[in-house]
Design a protein around this ligand. Structure first.
Ligand SMILES: C[S@@+](CC[C@H](N)C(=O)[O-])C[C@H]1O[C@@H](n2cnc3c(N)ncnc32)[C@H](O)[C@@H]1O
Length: 523
């Protein structure tokens, strides 16, 4: 059943009513959280927005038309539209009417949502604004796909002037009907949050505005490329807000995902600059703000359309300093690939320790002080893989390789962790690299020793780590990310290699060496 509330101004009601400001809705959120289970909420991607964030998000909308149609897909208890209505009715130029359409599938939260809708209605009535509130207790994705499908027989429904959303963060199983439905609607995404944003942009009228809070993982990386390209094509990205502390946005709900808030307007024309702000947590009044040229946020020649989020000098510093590193993985004639041995698929060929007819199998546990230390006695991982015709396509010829971990833990100081595979220390004709590693190679084979050493110094430097964090919100280090980074020239790498003897220099020394290298090229 669709709940609908409609009303126009009622002077009697206006004088009789006391409408609580939106920040009091934080009690609703807290009370809902206390009567429900976090695991259940997490299952449906239900992390409710704190009032302070909702108010901040609403403040990002620019002045819009007099007749507002506001969409809140996955509305929860209605915090977002409530904050938005409050902001709209506090403006100097009041809208004539506001229609709110809120989708929500969780029946437990619907009573809270109805209450919030009534509250928004009362607020509008008290200001003489025509209000129409519609609660749709149904799946937003299917409804929006139907709504936006173009056919000869359907007339598209009216579009929205505003969308405000904090969509569910949940993986989409590629074998489900939902995934097929999305695919047939040209939406290829791996997470519900991106599907919600994608459909919401389609539901906006030209010039319509969106404010969203989502994980920042879509800003880079291969999984979100299609989404990013479409988003940046359909929308004009005007503003981005970042949180310094990943824990502070949804603090009491313990959400560790790095979230960003953004404001974008439907239209093909891109802005000259994007306003990027940064606050530690909910202290928005202390946020640092800067205006960054659009082509620095989205590089015009970047086919992957990464959204680069440099905010303060500490962040911009590495990017600028890295500007002196003029080479690229292609110019160096190198390649980077993901380890070919997927251990659970090759289980029958794995051996705990080396035996006859086996070769080394390298995992992250073999990283030690910048080199590969093999075999390890106490590790849980196997040390070897059978070398046979069945495994030959999983192995590479012995040689110098630089390995990096694909997954770093949060405790690790750096995201990019590199180690040198020195064939002389291992003494085997072939080697297997496990799939949780990436490896740098030259046409599939080993690199010259000094190039490998220089490359490992560079990859282990803090400047690379900072640069990497600039455009990556997650702890994963993909081969694509490594391919896109700037690199020192061949000559510079040879200079760096001289510092590697039996061990890798310590962090301070590496950073000093890199600093000198960058200073040299500035002169
Ligand atoms: C991250 S919560 C945010 C709730 C609210 N917008 C807020 O900011 O407080 C996402 C909400 O979407 C709802 N939801 C999940 N899947 C949905 C779907 N397919 N259609 C509509 N709502 C959905 C969840 O029940 C949850 O309440």
């Amino acid at each position: 059943m669709v709940g609908s509330l409609e009303s126009t101004a009622d002077p009697a009601l206006e004088s009789a009513m006391i409408i609580e400001p939106v920040h009091t809705l934080d009690h609703v959120r807290k009370s809902f959280n206390s009567v429900t289970n976090r695991a259940d909420r997490s299952q449906i991607g239900q992390f409710l927005t704190p009032a302070a964030i909702a108010q901040f998000m609403s403040s990002m909308f620019e002045t819009g038309p007099e007749e507002v149609r506001l969409l809140d897909p996955g509305a929860g208890a209605g915090m977002l539209f409530a904050a938005c209505v409050e902001t709209l009715v506090s403006q100097k130029n009041l809208p004539l009417s506001i229609e709110v359409v809120a989708y929500e599938t969780d029946s437990t939260i619907l009573p809270y949502l109805h209450e919030t809708m009534k509250r928004s209605q009362s607020l509008c009535v008290s200001k003489g604004i025509v209000f129409h509130g519609i609660i749709k207790p149904e799946d937003f994705v299917s409804a929006a796909i139907t709504e936006t499908q173009e056919s000869l027989f359907t007339v598209p429904g009216p579009r929205f002037t505003h969308v405000i959303l904090n969509p569910p963060y949940k993986k989409i199983n590629s074998r489900t009907v939902m995934s097929r439905m999305l695919y047939s609607s040209d939406i290829e995404v791996a997470n519900f949050y991106a599907a919600f944003v994608w459909l919401s942009m389609r539901l906006l009228e030209p010039g319509g505005q969106m404010v969203a809070i989502t994980p920042r993982s879509f800003c880079n990386g291969p999984y979100f490329k299609k989404f990013r390209v479409e988003f940046l094509h359909m929308m004009s990205l005007k503003r981005i807000h970042l949180f310094e502390s990943r824990k502070k946005a949804f603090g009491d709900d313990n959400v560790l995902q790095e979230n960003i808030i953004y404001h974008a307007v439907r239209g093909l024309q891109k802005p000259k600059a994007v306003t990027i702000s940064l606050s530690e947590g909910l202290d928005f009044d202390k946020a640092q703000t800067r205006s960054v040229p659009y082509n620095q946020v989205v590089h015009p020649d970047d086919r992957d359309m990464f959204i680069r989020l440099g905010t303060n000098d500490a962040d911009i510093g590495p990017a600028e300093r890295m500007g002196c590193l003029a080479s690229s993985i292609d110019k160096l004639g190198l390649g980077v690939s993901t380890g070919r041995v997927v251990d659970f698929r090759a289980r029958e060929h794995l051996r705990q320790f080396p035996e006859q007819e086996t070769v080394p199998l390298i995992y992250a546990c073999h990283f030690l002080n910048g080199f590969i230390n093999w075999p390890v006695e106490s590790g849980k991982k196997p040390n070897a893989i059978a070398s046979s015709s069945k495994t030959s396509n999983l192995l590479v010829e012995a040689g110098f390789y630089v390995l990096t971990k694909r997954f770093s833990s949060k405790e690790q100081q750096r995201r990019v962790m590199a180690a040198i595979y020195d064939p002389a220390r291992i003494g085997a004709p072939l080697v297997g690299f496990e799939n949780h590693l990436n490896y740098f190679h030259k046409e599939g084979k080993g690199l010259p020793a000094d190039l490998a050493k220089g490359l490992a110094v560079y990859l282990n430097s803090t400047i690379v780590d900072q640069y990497f964090r600039l455009f990556s919100g997650h702890t994963q280090v993909n081969a694509t990310d490594l391919r896109k980074m700037p690199y020192p020239t061949h000559e510079q790498l040879l200079r760096l290699s001289r510092y590697v003897k039996e061990t890798m220099p310590d962090q301070e020394t590496i950073d000093d060496i890199m600093e000198k290298e960058c200073l040299n090229c500035e002169q």
